[in-house]
Ligand binder design. Sequence first.
Ligand code: PMP
Length: 360
Amino acid sequence: MYKKYIENLKSYEAGKPIELIVREYGIEPKDVIKLASNENPLGCSKRVSEAIAKSADRAYLYPDDSMFELKEALSNRFGVDSKEIIIGAGSDQILEFISHIKLDEGSKILTSNITFAMYEIYAKGFGAEVIKTDSYRHIVDEFIEKIDSENPDIVYICTPNNPTGDATRRDDIFKIIDATPKESLVVVDCAYMEYVDSRDYFVEPKDFIKYSNVVYLGTFSKAYGLGGMRVGYGIANRELIDILYKVRPPFNITTLSLLAAIEASKDSDFVVRSVELNSKEMSRYEEFAKENGIEYIPSWTNFITYLLGENRDSTKIANNLMKKGIIVRDLASYGLNAIRVTIGKEEQNSRLFKELKEEI
Ligand code: PMP
């Protein structure tokens, strides 16, 4: 009745919303702590909320479809040309565009073993096959071996990687790109790059512009605090952006989302504060893990993955925390007995530590 590969597709399991906890457990919304979707615990810049409130009556207008001002802001921030940028309803939508221009039945994508689930979902949605390396980390030799033997149409490098939090060294990224034939695309998904503070791991869009087949992905959803506005971007050489534009629907972000992203771009202090808070609180998560015998993956992001070991059950722990009003992400669906916890504000993290201690 429908395409077989769509019928067999498992849809994305999003982090549980606060509303669900309120409905199911009768907990007051103010008592629910959501540490499940890697949102910014500081919210968004005041500039953004004020601009949205002031412009609410513009909701009836379609947005400026050229997205001129936002592209100018990104162009200045990254030192690339506006024509090398495409905006999406979250970087998710850019992933869809990329899959659309490249994948068919019989195509292949290559990813690390445990990575952002949407690569696989989009690929399968276009009938493509998903090849994975053995490790959850991006190991250059494993990637090159699979590039040579499988000839994938898209190679995904997620750095820092979701849901594990580890990052790939910049020289390793270039080795993977160099090993990929020009006919295949390499997507470097940098949704969490604002949190990376090491020269050895940091990359930016202009590192990749010279390649004809590499797309850099970024988002306003994390460090910029605009998860709910759905604004992401792809940056690549102009020819590739022109092709991506062919499958973009008009007005693909909203008038208020566009405004929000423009305002957020003007407040780099907010991003600095967000990253500082994250780094301070991340140390507490590492200490908590060490003190309580929990193994963790050192993280370059705004979340940490606690590996729970044989005697603990991630689903049970995540469910028990939920009943106490704390939402974390169970990684059982990724094949890991682990929970992923978004780094919250100091008091939120303290409550998580207290409740988690009782569960482990
Ligand atoms: N890439 C990665 C690695 C992510 O973790 C996410 C969000 N979870 C996205 C892309 C999509 O983000 P958005 O659509 O909000 O820009």
